[in-house]
Structures are given as C-alpha cells and as structure tokens.
Ligand binder design. Structure first.
Ligand SMILES: [Zn+2]
Length: 253
C-alpha cells in the first residue's frame, strides 16, 4: 500500500449524533475502529426532531465523553434537524421550497429561517453542546448543508470558526473557502439506496485528484449491510490515498 499523499486531505464526518441514533452510531464507531480511522468530525444535534434532547440523556452524554482510539472534532449541527411547520411559507422562493422538499425530506432547518431565529437556535444549541461536551463547538453545519445569507455573519458574531455547504468548507472569520466535494450515501428510498452503491465509489474515483475530499456518513446508513460494505470500501480507498484532516488542519486562502 502506498503512503497517503499529504497534499490531498480527507475530512471524514458522521452526521446526526443524537440520543435517537445512539445504537446506530455505536455500530458506525465499530466500523471506524476496524478501519483504523484517525480523525473524524462528529455533528451533534441538540434536540433531534424536537423529541430527543441531547443534554438530558445521561447515556448520550457519557457516550459523547467516551475515550476513543481516534480523534473527534465536534461540530454543532442544526437544532431540531427538522424544518418547523410553516417556515416553508414564511421564507425562501419556490426554488428553495423545492430544494427542501425533494433534497432533504423537510430537514433543511436553517434555509428559511430569518437571522433572529438562526441566532436563537445557535445560542441555544451551543448551550446544549456545552452541557454534553464541556466545550464550545468550533464549527456549525446546517442540516442538509442548506442555509441562507444570514448564517455566516451570525456564526462570526458568535465566534464559530468553520461551516460548510455541499461544495465548500468556509472559514467564518474572513469568509475564505475551500472547494471540497462530498461523498455521501442515501438510504431513504430503495432507488437512492442502490444508486448510492454505484454513485459513491464512482464519485470517490472521479474526485481522486481534488485537494480536499469529504466523506460524510449518516446513522441510517448503518442499518443496511450493503451500504456499510460500500462505506468500508470507499473509506479504505480514500484513507490509503489521503491524509485525514479536521477543518482546523486546512489552509484557507
Ligand atoms: Zn444531518
């Protein structure tokens, strides 16, 4: 096996860390351990779908603070991870409504929110994050990577350092960004699930020369043996070719 190329970075992440998904996340961690993952970004959801408050689950908090054989960079990820009823009518154009409905199954929580609502969710979310991890989040990732122009100024005001969308990772302080495509699996419909098994390895090959590649996994991926096998094979390939990194390791220009 050739050594990873230090000029090519790999940012691995696990989305949707919440008490609701704890059993799936434990399965995911077994996969990460067995593959020898060195660095992974975990995205914490403060109160998944309004019914799973992270800071009130003792089991989840203990899990958050567990020692691991790999380094974890924790970022904040939305608040409810669900679009509030009525926000589709309150903001965003028809195109935004389309994006939310068809790309996210209604999980584009931040896309239609005004600045004040975003600020409130970020402040409350950070409070939950602190209670779980006894630290401040360095980064924030909007659910489904969807947000509007209000987000980055508020992140800056609140002292967040990094955020990202489908195509880029941003340094919040000065707005610089890095081009970074992301390989991510879909499991919501049978068609998408099997499509991902073809598309994800193909994208990993297509993007082999991109300086910064992201691989993002979701807890539901770990319900499907075929998806897990596909994840293992893609991760093995990209981990052998690239140096693993956190947002804080990247050079923004
Ligand atoms: Zn998510």
């Amino acid at each position: 096996m050739t050594a990873p190329n230090p000029a090519r970075k790999l940012v691995i992440s696990l989305h949707d860390a919440t008490p609701f998904h704890l059993a799936r996340i434990r399965k995911a961690e077994t996969v990460f351990r067995n593959l020898g993952v060195a660095k992974i970004t975990y995205l914490l959801v403060p109160e998944y779908h309004g019914g799973y408050p992270s800071a009130e689950s003792g089991e989840f908090i203990s899990w958050c603070r567990e020692a691991r054989p790999f380094a974890v960079d924790w970022h904040l990820h939305g608040y409810h991870h669900l679009e509030a009823a009525g926000t589709a009518a309150a903001g965003g154009g028809a195109g935004d409504a389309f994006k939310r409905k068809f790309l996210t199954a209604g999980e584009g929580e931040f896309l239609a929110l005004d600045a004040d609502a975003q600020r409130r969710k970020l402040i409350e979310g950070r409070e939950v994050f602190r209670r779980c991890l006894r630290a401040d989040p360095a980064g924030f990732v909007a659910p489904a990577w969807l947000f509007n122009d209000s987000l980055r100024p508020i992140l800056k005001e609140l002292g967040f350092l990094y955020t990202e969308d489908h195509r880029h990772i941003y340094q919040v302080s000065d707005g610089t960004r890095i081009e970074s495509p992301v390989v991510t699996w879909a499991t919501r419909t049978v068609l998408r699930k099997y499509g991902s098994l073809i598309v994800c390895p193909a994208l990993a090959r297509l993007w082999a020369h991109e300086p910064v590649l992201r691989v993002a996994m979701h807890p539901f991926d770990f319900d499907h043996a075929s998806t897990v096998a596909n994840i293992r094979s893609v991760l093995r390939r990209v981990m052998s070719a690239r140096e693993q990194a956190f947002s804080s390791d990247l050079v923004f220009a």
